[in-house]
Design a protein around this ligand. Structure first.
Ligand code: NAD
Length: 327
């Protein structure tokens, strides 16, 4: 078995590569380094620099490396950018994926794991836990492209006999090591770090939601747990399970923005009070995964808690934002 991991030099991809290679799986990474960092990769995992949507290159990589399964993470992933550049998101996240699936089908590769997102649910209805059968109603072109991506993956899987697993990640955080940390400022934890580093108070968008402390409740998942979910998905497919599976990857436990900011204050030592801004239109009060299907079908459950996510993310933030040494 050799796994092609697209986007393997990215934040999540590099964790997936480490976990899979560490578990004895052969891996090869295809990454155009548009946001990836080559030094995140172990020295013995080959990195091919190029687009995961370049059919010629893909044919060559699949053949030369004897690829038997694909874990597809390469994508554009910023919600705000997707609002401004929807066509680019559709072209890469949907059009590019169609090209990849065509080459995969034609090459006889029969296993495919896809990075989806809780963004497919949009603002989920007022339920305690969001199950996989909750109606999908994405509210951004990004979420739409992830949902359309799932449709493509499942349809191609059925038509071409490819076993598929779509993983719907909830709020990903933390790092296995500081040098693997997320360097972007697109998620709430790095956004709070960024505010503190600028000597500004963290912001809370609304404390009048119908939640215990009035702030939004979300489900945070440690990136190392998420990487282990990919290994579990890959093993399910190599174990001969066919058909398609779509699963939430979360902890099934909610953490409020207020609780998260308090924890960040404890970990960083900067406990300045948060600034409460008006509620943002469209923010769901609560979005917490029902994680039971992943446990049943993949034999996977998250093991790491929110403190571990914040501590490891903070260590990574400090590494990447250390003041420049003087002379
Ligand atoms: N980070 C999150 O919170 C989150 C949540 C849900 C889903 N996801 C999904 O997880 C996946 C990985 O996200 P991430 O946070 O690691 O992002 P990232 O930007 O760190 O990683 C994406 C990687 O893909 C590479 N890439 C982009 N376009 C490419 C292309 N055309 N060909 C080859 N490589 C390409 C980039 O260079 C980068 O290494 C994405 O599909 C994203 O939509 C992320």
């Amino acid at each position: 078995m050799t796994w092609l991991i697209t986007g393997g030099a990215g934040y999540i991809g590099a964790h997936v590569v480490r976990v899979m290679a560490g578990a004895g799986e052969d891996a090869v990474v295809l990454d155009d380094i548009s946001s990836g960092v080559p030094r995140r990769l172990p020295a013995d995992v080959p990195l091919i620099r190029g687009s995961a949507f370049d059919a010629e290159l893909l044919r060559r990589v699949l053949a030369e490396h004897g690829v038997t399964g694909v874990v597809h993470l390469a994508a554009r992933k910023q919600v705000a950018e997707s609002m401004a550049q929807p066509l680019r998101y559709y072209r890469e996240n949907v059009g590019g994926l169609a090209t990849l699936l065509e080459v995969v089908a034609e090459a006889g590769v029969r296993r495919f794991v896809f990075s989806s997102s809780a963004a497919v649910y949009g603002n989920p209805p007022d339920v305690d836990l969001v199950g996989e059968d909750t109606p999908c109603a994405p509210v951004s072109p990004y979420g739409e492209t992830k949902l359309a991506g799932e449709w493509l993956v499942r349809a191609a899987g059925r038509a071409h006999g490819i076993g598929t697993v779509c993983l719907r990640y909830f709020n990903v955080a933390g790092a296995a090591a500081p040098e693997l940390a997320d360097t972007g400022v697109h998620n709430v934890i790095p956004m709070v770090f960024d505010r503190l580093t600028r000597d500004e108070p963290p912001r809370i968008f609304g404390d009048t939601h119908p939640t215990p402390d009035g702030t939004c409740v979300r489900d945070y998942i440690h990136v190392s747990d998420l990487a282990e979910a990919h290994l579990a998905a890959a093993r399910r497919l190599t174990g001969g399970v066919t058909g398609d599976l779509t699963v939430n990857i979360g902890r099934g436990e909610g953490v409020s923005v207020r609780e998260l900011i308090d924890l960040i204050g404890e970990v960083s030592g900067d406990r300045r009070p948060a600034l409460v801004e008006p509620v943002r239109a469209g923010d769901a009060p609560r979005a917490v995964a029902d994680a039971r299907r992943a446990a049943e079908e993949l034999g996977w459950t998250a093991r790491r808690g929110v403190r571990e996510m914040v501590e490891s993310a903070w260590a990574g933030w400090c590494l990447h934002h250390a003041p420049a040494p003087r002379d």
